[in-house]
Write a protein that binds this ligand. Sequence first.
Ligand SMILES: Nc1nc2c(ncn2[C@@H]2O[C@H](COP(=O)(O)OP(=O)(O)OP(=O)(O)O)[C@@H](O)[C@H]2O)c(=O)[nH]1
Ligand SMILES: [Mg+2]
Length: 310
Amino acid sequence: MQAPKYAKPGGPAKTAEVILELKLIADVGIIGYPSVGKSSLLKASTNANPECADYHFTTLSPNLGVVDLGDGNSFVLADIPGLIEGAADGNGLGLEFLRHIERNRILIHVLDAASVEGRDPVEDFYKINEELAKYSNDVASIIQVIAANKIDLIPAEPEAIDIDEAGELIYAEDPVERIRKELETEDRKVFPISTATGKGIKELMSFVFQKLNEIQVPEKIFAQEYDPDVQIVNGTEPYYVTYDQKNDEYVVEGPRIEKMLGYTNLESEKGFAFFQKFMKENGILDELTKLGINDGDTVRIYGFAFEYYK
Ligand SMILES: Nc1nc2c(ncn2[C@@H]2O[C@H](COP(=O)(O)OP(=O)(O)OP(=O)(O)O)[C@@H](O)[C@H]2O)c(=O)[nH]1
Ligand SMILES: [Mg+2]
């Protein structure tokens, strides 16, 4: 037979106003300037169907998809809204969505290698990383893999951009080569891709998957941000700790204590443990010590009497 092991005696209702903040949990996040093709990459590599369009901030909230590499190998990929210079100060959509990538183990940083909008992808890379660093060191230190996107728009033949004094044509450096030269390191690989043709995506995702398996990330334990017991019970209402000479008892009373008793079943182990924590955190034990309490003395809390032991 099952019987409840823990019950509270009931007391005045408690109310609390809470704001819940959703944090997506994905293994890998896609970041980058607006319109570089982040959503297109999610679409091309997963079953997700996010909106993709040639205007900035098409994506207004994060999208998730599963990259399935076959043989049961898969990982979760999140595409987040575009970031721009000054995002840390609220420019564009700000950094509001970066909380979603806090728990990512790898970030795919998408660059527009074809400079469709005239920006320099290498500069974009540095600018966005600056914003990440302003947001948090943790996010800035997540491993990044660079996806040099839109390679279908890079002319196959090198483009003549100038002519030198001897009348020889000067050719533009291949943008992918330039990105490699400027940004590739041993820990930061560059993958030329096209979400339009699908080129390079498989290689990128296989690498990311392999990297995910390689990196030994210490299990991140996130601090509890909100403890309803502490928030609600450790209130600001007064309590009083006095010594009652006539009965040789220490008396603890007041609205804060009454409220706590309403929530706590002192006869259960869990309830009693909570009660002890409450006594300590609210400074009641300190007050008793100040009054000179000794081991074995009696503490009366409304209908309950306890023997005090340090
Ligand atoms: N030719 C070509 N166009 C691409 C490629 N990848 C993306 N695009 C186009 O670029 C535009 C922007 O793509 P999105 O995927 O919406 O870009 P995003 O980075 O998600 O943009 P935001 O959500 O606004 O930050 C769309 O018109 C895409 O069709 C590519 O590899 N080649
Ligand atoms: Mg998008």
